[in-house]
Design a protein around this ligand. Structure first.
Ligand code: PRX
Length: 656
């Protein structure tokens, strides 16, 4: 989706009156722009006082911290809540189970409608403890990296929290990734343990994920044990003694396991994400800071109150699922929906049936899903009772104003707050978003920064800060906040070079931005080689290397092209080796195999040559202009080695 459309002259949408009426809605945590500004200013001027107080109030500590914050962007040595000791699973489960063990923690909405299940905090505590004991018995200990490759089932949440209970570090790999991608992540982390399932179910389809794991593990000598949750009960291959069944193992252990108390800065998880190069980065988040920001943004950005039912429709394999299906809601003692299916299964009404059935108060999804459902028409929505909804959110990619307005009118019926939340795997939690009862919205703008997020707009050429209110440049952040990623696993240099070195003293987001005259932020998209397809983050280099891996391919150039449904789509140009032939479908299959089905290019053009500079660098910008039918705006071509190629490529694209 092109972000050119984002005119900052948008209409202001005030907070819906219903949300401020105490007879209709809970009393908001923050109910006016003045209250937001006061707290925001305090959080920036006195981060130590601000976060120290919130950290004491929000988390349960075994040993209190003395130092709120130390280090900084200059040296990349950020640390929060030093001396503090705690356990994340205790904070997400035990303390709520002790208070009210019957409170529902998870509502599992299984792929097949009607197969939903509720798990209380008391049950969750027992399940987490039992499985933690299983892990422990098989040798998992503090600091070990455990790879989780699981469908969206409550057992996946149990797996996350069982790791956290032992102080082990989970590395969750989205179960749509291929065997090769899974292998790369297991190898990079030298993970000794994998938790998976026999099969997964999604949208009525069954996928044998155990086979994918077996395939991945062919070259993973570090893996000692694979724990298999039985999701569908079909026959799968078992390799002894490596593979053990979840349901058999848990029978052996008691449902209590004391939590391992860790230091605030001990890692909680790794999550691999795409960067500008072909190699995914293992983003590392630490225990206290991450958990605090997850809980604090959950409370304020979603204005969470006791009794609410929160539905984040992301997958647990992405950061959105980590923070707003699991850690944020559970740290606050909330009720979270775990949705295993798709928006279209069995019909395009599925989301709204779920909202009505469970009386969901918060609904959080990606613009791609909104655009998709919009195409199916409002008749699938209007027939459902959505009156329980109070706050509806969007995440992962820019939302175009038309889709925003449709979401507001058709799903929100003009009485819900629509929050466009901007953040990244690296930020750990939302950093720009309206507070739903305090900040007026503008469709297409994520509006204003969250507490403690000190934004700067930088001139990308000079690196200088643009101090005027109205500004256009790259988005950077002046001071650390608790959930900023601390490093890239085993590659701190890459962390430093990617985020902290480009603009000294700042965290660089990689996004371009406009700040309008009201100080509202409008995210324009990535300035690096990262593309965003349906909210999935991919690097062009990663897809190019998947293509080049094909025996017939000589060179590949991948570009992100605006797409009405998926935001951006992947298109590729490839040249073949001499005397080699292949077809486009085979190349698409190649990418599915190496990365996963969600990375499949929408179009691939097999061409005789790629446009290059005289020094041999591929000029992707030319390819992008050709695809977008903007050949009158090709720009400076003086470095192009073969100008005749342009017409050949234009013909190829037009005739494909
Ligand atoms: O380009 C921004 C885009 O998604 C990138 C981060 O992707 P990922 O780490 O996968 O995390 C996605 C879920 C938090 C950002 O650099 N992005 C995310 N949210 C928005 C967005 N772009 C515009 N508006 C958003 N609300």
């Amino acid at each position: 989706m092109s972000t050119e459309y984002l005119s900052t002259e948008a209409k202001l949408y005030p907070v819906p009156k219903r949300l401020l009426d105490p007879s209709l809605s809970p009393t908001p945590h923050i109910n006016s722009i003045e209250q937001y500004k006061k707290l925001y200013d305090e959080s920036i001027k006195n981060p130590i006082g601000f976060w120290g107080k919130i950290a004491r109030e929000t988390l349960t500590w075994v040993t209190p911290f003395q130092t709120v914050f130390s280090g900084g962007f200059e040296h990349g040595n950020i640390a929060w809540f030093l001396e503090g000791r705690l356990n994340a699973a205790y904070n997400c489960v035990d303390r709520h189970a002790i208070k009210n063990s019957d409170k529902v923690a998870i509502i599992y909405e299984a792929d097949e409608p009607g197969q939903d299940r509720k798990i209380t905090y008391g049950e969750l505590l027992r399940d987490v403890c039992r499985f933690a004991n299983v892990l422990k018995a098989h040798g998992v200990k503090k600091g070990d990296i455990v790879t989780i490759y699981m469908p969206m089932t409550p057992e996946a949440v149990v797996a996350f929290l069982a790791c956290a209970r032992l102080g082990a570090v989970h590395s969750v790999v989205f179960a749509g990734f291929s065997a090769e991608s899974l292998r790369g992540r297991i190898q990079d982390a030298s993970s000794k343990f994998v938790i998976t399932a026999d099969e997964s179910r999604r949208g009525g389809k069954t996928i044998n994920i155990k086979n994918i794991v077996d395939d991945a593990l062919k070259e993973c000598s570090t893996v000692e044990r694979v724990f298999i949750f039985r999701r569908t009960s079909s026959e799968v291959s078992i390799i002894t003694p490596r593979d053990v069944w979840w349901h058999e193992e848990i029978e052996k252990y008691r449902p209590y396991c004391s939590p391992e108390i860790v230091n605030a800065e001990d890692p909680l998880f790794l999550l691999y994400t795409s960067g500008s190069t072909g190699k995914p980065k293992g983003i590392l988040h630490t225990t206290a800071g991450y958990l605090l920001s997850a809980a604090t943004t959950f409370k304020y950005v979603f204005d969470y109150h006791e009794g609410d039912t929160f539905a984040c429709m992301a997958d647990i394999g992405w950061v959105t699922g980590h923070t707003y299906i699991i850690y944020g809601p559970l740290a606050c003692g909330g009720t979270t929906i775990l949705f295993e299916s798709t928006p279209l299964y069995p019909t395009p009404s599925r989301y709204w049936e779920v909202v009505a059935k469970h009386k969901i108060t918060h609904f959080y999804t990606a613009p791609t899903a909104i655009r998709l459902l919009r195409r199916f028409g409002r008749e699938h929505i209007d027939c459902h009772d959505l009156s329980s909804l109070r706050i509806i959110g969007s995440v992962g990619e820019p939302i175009d104003p038309d889709s925003w307005k449709w979401y507001n009118e058709v799903v929100g019926r003009n009485v819900c707050s629509v929050i466009d939340t901007y953040w990244q795997t690296e930020t750990g939690s939302t950093i720009i978003s309206p507070l739903p009862c305090a900040i007026s919205s503008k469709p297409g703008s994520a509006t204003l920064p969250f507490f403690g997020i000190d934004l700067a707009v930088l001139d990308s050429t000079t690196g200088g800060e643009i101090k005027t209110t109205e500004a256009e440049g790259v988005l950077a952040i002046r001071q650390p906040w608790p959930s900023i990623a601390r490093t890239i696993y085993n590659d701190h240099n890459r962390y430093f070079n990617t985020y902290l070195k480009p603009y000294k003293g700042y965290y660089f987001t990689g996004d371009s931005v406009t700040r309008d005259r009201d100080g509202y932020y409008w995210i324009r998209g990535r300035v690096d080689d990262v593309i965003n397809v349906s909210g999935h983050r991919l690097s062009t280099a990663e897809i190019e290397s998947a293509l080049i891996f094909h025996p017939s391919v000589a060179e590949a150039a991948v570009i992100g092209v605006p797409d009405d449904l998926t935001g951006q789509s992947i298109q590729a140009f490839v040249t073949l080796k001499p005397n080699c032939s292949t077809d486009v479908n085979d190349l698409i299959l190649q990418v599915r195999k190496v990365i996963g089905p969600f990375a499949a290019p929408k179009k691939i053009y097999i061409v005789s040559d790629l446009p290059k500079t005289r020094s041999g660098k591929i000029m992707r910008r030319i390819l992008r202009k050709i695809i977008c039918d903007e050949i009158d705006q090709l720009g400076d071509l003086s470095t192009l080695s073969d100008p005749n190629l342009i017409n050949i490529l234009v013909d190829k694209v037009n005739n494909s």
